[in-house]
Design a protein around this ligand. Structure first.
Ligand SMILES: Cc1cc2nc3c(=O)[nH]c(=O)nc-3n(C[C@H](O)[C@H](O)[C@H](O)COP(=O)(O)OP(=O)(O)OC[C@H]3O[C@@H](n4cnc5c(N)ncnc54)[C@H](O)[C@@H]3O)c2cc1C
Length: 428
């Protein structure tokens, strides 16, 4: 087996490590390589429904917040594909998600340091370097950047009953040619993905239209994402640093209190659903039965002779409801992906609140030499706040990681002159 040597090895190539790789492209001092187990680049491809759009600004791309002149910016992508002017004329309120996915693919495919079809199996330390075993080779590295993202989550009581055809997680919604026509479809989960699935089902007509669409949510209403200016301040370096400095109890409560700043539904999606229901009911007189059911806690699912049965508790009255459906879609989110490849270092890494503990530069706190680091991207939400799984601070975070590898002093934060004093003022 060959033993290549790098300064930086990325594990996983979603946006988190794609950004690191883009900023490191042709870097004179950091020889780098990134591995992803997927055969080729894709970004949530089973959820690319027509009309869906990015929930953040296009300037929160892979590089701009760290290096606006970088050739891998979104503007550069538009320019190189000859569509900068038409893009401006189109005046999208938000970039189409399909186009952003194509942008990411372009960034990935233009970088020869990224290798797909290679799963990282283990990371160990030989006293001098990390030793990374993939499904194809072994490499040595001075630093490791873990960016393995998230995996679909379905409540345990339903997990063993998934069949991928009539009972599946939403990340498979747009995969293959699903037949919803004439069927009773039940969507569980009141976030953006659930809303997008419901809207897509309501838009279907003729033979493609379901006979019934039910939408269950644990939340008390179908809440919009808070996209107001001060909510967006939570997605800045200043707030992320402030959050990092607080105690664990404060942080945990904060995440609960402010969940709608990241996990609510885009207002235009809610309006589209409402307007579609209006048109169906009063103008088209559609025969499709639509049931919106907030404040319900699904708790059991089983197979009857010719249908799926789901029981849910009304969280106000405690009444138990039983629903029959031909198809169930779980829009119940994602959880941090497993990191079993870190097993050989398990006892050497500190933990906090169920996460690997990081220092201020996203480096795992461990007992190894201080010039050898494992950086943790998108798996430290409880330490770094709402923006950790989001695209907002991706480029900024990548730059911090790169500067640390280079031993460079911390730069002034791009948000140091923002409008809110999150931390206590220093006493005069
Ligand atoms: C439908 C959808 C839309 C979204 N839209 C937005 C949005 O508009 N704005 C926003 O800010 N956020 C959005 N998000 C949040 C999303 O999590 C981030 O955009 C982003 O995908 C996180 O990137 P990541 O690289 O951390 O993780 P991921 O994108 O999950 O990528 C992780 C990668 O690691 C690879 N991997 C895992 N284990 C291994 C291993 N052992 N070896 C090798 N490779 C491995 C996986 O194959 C995967 O490619 C959206 C999420 C979803 C599901």
């Amino acid at each position: 087996m060959s033993s290549e040597h790098y300064q930086c090895t990325g594990i996983g190539c979603g946006p988190s490590n794609l950004s690191v790789a883009a900023l490191l492209h042709n870097h004179p001092r950091i020889r780098n390589i990134v591995f992803d187990m997927k055969p080729s680049f894709s970004w949530h491809e089973g959820m690319m429904l027509p009309g869906t759009s990015l929930q953040v600004s296009m300037f929160k791309d892979m590089v701009t917040l760290a290096d606006p002149m970088n050739r891998f910016s979104y503007v550069s992508y538009l320019h190189q594909h000859g569509r900068l002017l038409p893009f401006l004329n189109a005046r999208f309120e938000q970039v189409p998600r399909l186009e952003f996915a194509d942008y990411l693919k372009w960034v990935a495919n233009t970088n020869e340091n990224i290798h797909f079809g290679e799963r990282v199996e283990s990371v160990d330390f030989d006293g001098k370097h990390f030793v990374i075993e993939t499904s194809k080779r072994r490499v040595q590295s001075e630093n490791v950047v873990v960016g393995v993202g998230t995996t679909p989550f379905v409540p345990e009581f339903a997990r063993t009953r998934l069949d991928g055809e009539t009972h599946f997680h939403i990340h498979e919604f747009a995969k293959g040619a699903r037949r919803f026509g004439g069927r009773r479809v039940l969507v569980v989960g009141g976030g953006q993905s659930g809303a997008e699935a419901v809207l897509e089902l309501l838009r279907r007509t003729g033979d493609d239209a379901p006979s019934e669409v039910s939408w269950l949510s644990r939340r008390e209403n179908f809440h919009p994402i808070d996209d107001s200016p001060f909510a967006n301040e939570l997605f800045t370096p200043t707030h992320s640093n402030y959050f990092y400095e607080q105690g664990t109890a404060f942080r945990a409560d904060f995440l609960k209190r402010n969940v709608l700043a990241s996990d609510g539904i885009s207002e235009h999606t809610l309006r589209d659903i409402y307007q579609r229901m209006y048109v169906m009911r009063y103008i088209e007189r559609s025969p499709m039965r639509v049931r919106l059911m907030p404040y319900r806690d699904a708790n059991e699912v089983w197979r009857a002779e010719d249908a799926w049965m789901l029981s849910a508790r009304h969280m106000g009255s405690n009444a138990q409801e039983i629903l029959a459906a031909d198809m169930i879609v779980w829009a119940t989110g994602f959880r941090s992906a497993e990191q079993s490849f870190l097993q050989p270092l398990n006892t050497r890494l500190e933990r906090e609140d169920g996460e690997i503990r990081i220092d201020r530069d996203y480096a795992a706190v461990w007992d190894g030499p201080s010039n050898r680091q494992i950086f943790m991207l998108n798996s430290v939400r409880r330490q770094r706040g709402l923006a950790d799984p989001n695209l907002s601070l991706t480029a900024w975070r990548s730059q911090i990681v790169i500067d640390r590898m280079l031993g460079q002093p911390r730069r002034a934060e791009p948000g140091d002159d923002l409008f809110v004093n999150w931390a206590a003022l220093e006493s005069i």
